[in-house]
Design a protein around this ligand. Sequence first.
Ligand SMILES: *Cc1c(COP(=O)(O)O)cnc(C)c1O
Length: 395
Amino acid sequence: MTDSASSRARQTRIVHPDLELAPGFESFATPVMRASTVVFPDLAAVRGADWRNDAQWRYGLHATPTSAALMQRLAQIEGGKHALLQPSGLSAISNVYFGLVKAGDDVLIPDNVYSPNRELGNWLAHDFGLSVRYYDPMVGAGIADLIQPNTRLIWIEAPGSVTMEVPDVPAIAAAARARKVVTAIDNTYSAGLAFRPLEHGVDISVQALTKYQSGGSDVLMGATITASDELHHALKLARMRMGIGVSVDDCSLVLRSLPSVKARFEAHDRSALALAHWLKARPEISAVLHPALPDCPGHAEFMRDFSGAGGLFSVIFDERYSASQVDAFVEALELFAIGWSWGGAHSLAMPYDIASMRSASRWPHRGILVRFYVGLEEETDLRDDIERAMGLALR
Ligand SMILES: *Cc1c(COP(=O)(O)O)cnc(C)c1O
């Protein structure tokens, strides 16, 4: 303790403590380093600060060692160079728009896109002068014909998280690159584990860490991952200007779940695939939209590009069942809860009216679609639950 420190009032010493913590502590946990203010050693450090330099600390909203640890690990998982964290998957999507496009630019969006991305794109088109066009997710190399001189960004989703079409990502990415159009993929479905878009020529991978990476149905977070310095800086600048950041307490929860994400993803994958095969043989079901099953558009692309599927798939009920019968089926399920989001331990089910969600492609099915998310319950219990609910609701 310095002399000046020991003569200070007790209140000042509460604010400026003189701690003597023993060195040599180690644990597996990433320390939770909270900050709004980040303290600079001197004014030269303040004046020499460069917002592009991720190795410099500036302000808690931008990064602390806790959030930086998560960003580095996410970049590693997807084979990228940089990652940024946003407070939700949807804000990661909006970070891409605000970082890359301006009034007058054109954006191409797949017709099966995550609905809030569609909502955001339509809002930016309606109120902020963007051009937004929707394309058939199975367009493949045909995307080249849709690219205009003002096309700046092409969104990809693989597969669409409700209707499960798997696009030809390398073909879309190659066509975009040939015309210097940036591609961004919503890669939440694969958690960055089962599909590696940066290796297929995509520029930016977006993750809703809310899903598998958090794994507990209790954290909201998103990420953008890229190998490009230029794109990273464009996204980082927009993120700073918008004033968005994440809680490092939330980061520590995701860091805690990350070592088990692959094991959980594979467990979800096994149960979901077994259930999908079982449902395919049921007379109540007219189609099973699981990319590993041949019914699913993009099955060949899935087998070529993906190493697994996780817990999400959809079924189409036979058209003899009304919407209210299918609603009754969903409400009769006991182990499948009704709710948005996925990636946690609990199974979920939700009916969707797909025809009303499309504008650029034809939806071929007439029966009602129900999306299942298969959690970590024993698969045979989930099967029994579905069978029992069918017996109650579909008579
Ligand atoms: C959940 C989800 C998002 C958004 O994540 P939030 O954290 O809930 O905002 C984005 N894309 C897909 C495909 C999702 O499933």
